[in-house]
Design a protein around this ligand. Structure first.
Ligand code: SF4
Ligand code: SF4
Length: 93
């Protein structure tokens, strides 16, 4: 199964707003670059933030995400939401 390849970096749980990558409020940082979703079993379709256009950001399954993420083993040739450089320089804490 594809999800077994997930390295739990959490990069698919950030969204862009005002040139910053904002962390989903449910993403827990565990250290060692590992993360955990605090509501994993109930995550799908949950509003996790508000975008610049005031539309809610909704959690979707990784397989239906419109984007790829830097270094994600589940990437499938979709456009990257952001680059590794943006990840290093523009992520909120
Ligand atoms: S970006 Fe990829 S590897 Fe990282 S948490 Fe999301 S699915 Fe897992
Ligand atoms: S709710 Fe969705 S976006 Fe938020 S941490 Fe969980 S899986 Fe990631």
């Amino acid at each position: 199964m594809k999800e077994e390849k997930c390295i739990r970096c959490g990069k698919c749980c950030y969204y862009f707003k005002y040139n910053l990558l904002h962390k989903c409020r449910f993403l827990k940082l565990l250290g060692n670059n590992k993360t955990e979703c605090e509501i994993y079993d109930m995550r799908l379709d949950k509003p996790v933030g508000v975008g610049e256009d005031f539309k809610p950001i909704i959690c979707v399954g990784r397989d239906v995400s419109k984007n790829d993420y830097p270094g994600c083993p589940l990437n499938s040739g979709k456009p990257l939401l952001y680059t590794e450089e943006q990840w290093q320089n523009q992520k909120s804490v």
